[in-house]
Design a binder for this molecule. Structure first.
Ligand SMILES: NC(=O)c1ccc[n+]([C@@H]2O[C@H](COP(=O)([O-])OP(=O)(O)OC[C@H]3O[C@@H](n4cnc5c(N)ncnc54)[C@H](OP(=O)(O)O)[C@@H]3O)[C@@H](O)[C@H]2O)c1
Length: 249
């Protein structure tokens, strides 16, 4: 794997982000490690030779400070990975959690991308990779807001692809299904289904690096493209099947 110069990974303190940062560093990339947990970030920086960039993406001031910092960096790769979930009936979703979900999963990637693009455009090169979710492509009962944030991220990425055509900047999207990380404990509801079977964070990290090398859409596992295609072609049949087999996680 060739190195990417300098890469920022948001949410590098845990799960998919930590695995991605390790993989990038092993390939010779200087990693800027974002997250909130300073202890974990410091440990990962010691291991990878990276630089820590702590910031709470739910806090508008901390988001703007990080955006300003990025505007001044010559980044070769930005991996938008930080995110959180919540599962349950919509009326039970606390208002504060709804604000946090949209701020971290959607507003932050939009703001950070806007901040760093001028430098990437001036250099005529760069890669931006978004970690979205199968939830954003198919919809999931009990995760309507989470799914909406990820669908929004998908639409943003797709639009940027058109907007950045011919500029030397590539946009990749990684669409994971279920990944063995702290995500489920943190969302407050463990994953108990047998399908899709959870995959490792390392497997998703591999897809992130591939998406940076060769921008495109990467499903993890790959078969997840089948329900998405089915929904696109025969939405009624897809919904009937999903309802029967349980469209929730
Ligand atoms: N796990 C899955 O099954 C799955 C499936 C599809 C998509 N995804 C997506 O994959 C991405 C990574 O999730 P993961 O599975 O690796 O979960 P994770 O282990 O819980 O990691 C989440 C990361 O996001 C960061 N984060 C959360 N809230 C933040 C905030 N307010 N400000 C800054 N950073 C914040 C966390 O930082 P701190 O720990 O330092 O707070 C952590 O580094 C997320 O976008 C998630 O939606 C996950």
């Amino acid at each position: 794997m060739p190195g990417f110069g300098t890469a920022l990974v948001t949410g590098a303190s845990s799960g998919i982000g930590a695995a991605t940062a390790r993989l990038l560093a092993a390939g010779g990339t200087h990693v800027l490690l974002h997250g909130r947990d300073r202890e974990r970030l410091d440990a990962l920086a010691a291991e990878t030779g990276g630089t820590t960039l702590p910031a709470d993406l739910a806090d508008p001031e901390q988001r703007s400070r990080l955006a300003e910092r990025l505007a001044a960096e010559e980044l070769d790769l930005l991996v938008h990975n930080a995110g959180l979930g919540w599962a349950g009936p919509l009326p039970e979703l606390p208002a504060e959690r709804l604000t946090r979900l949209t701020a971290v999963n959607l507003t932050a990637p939009l703001e950070l991308t806007r901040a760093l693009l001028p430098t990437m455009l001036a250099r005529g090169r760069g890669r931006i990779v978004f970690v979205t979710s199968i939830a954003g492509r198919t919809g999931v009962a009990g995760e309507a807001v989470y799914a909406a944030t990820k669908a929004g991220l998908d639409a943003f990425a797709e639009s940027l692809r058109f907007e950045l055509h011919g500029t030397g900047i590539g946009v990749g999207v990684v669409v994971p299904g279920v990944v063995r990380t702290e995500f489920f404990t943190r969302r407050g509801k463990p994953y108990t289904r047998s399908t899709p079977r959870p995959v490792s964070a390392g497997r998703v990290a591999n897809a992130v690096v591939r998406a940076a090398e060769k921008p495109g859409d990467y499903y993890v596992p790959r078969w997840l493209r089948v329900p998405v295609a089915l929904r696109g072609v025969v939405p009624g049949a897809y919904r009937a099947l999903a309802t029967r087999f349980g469209a929730e996680s």
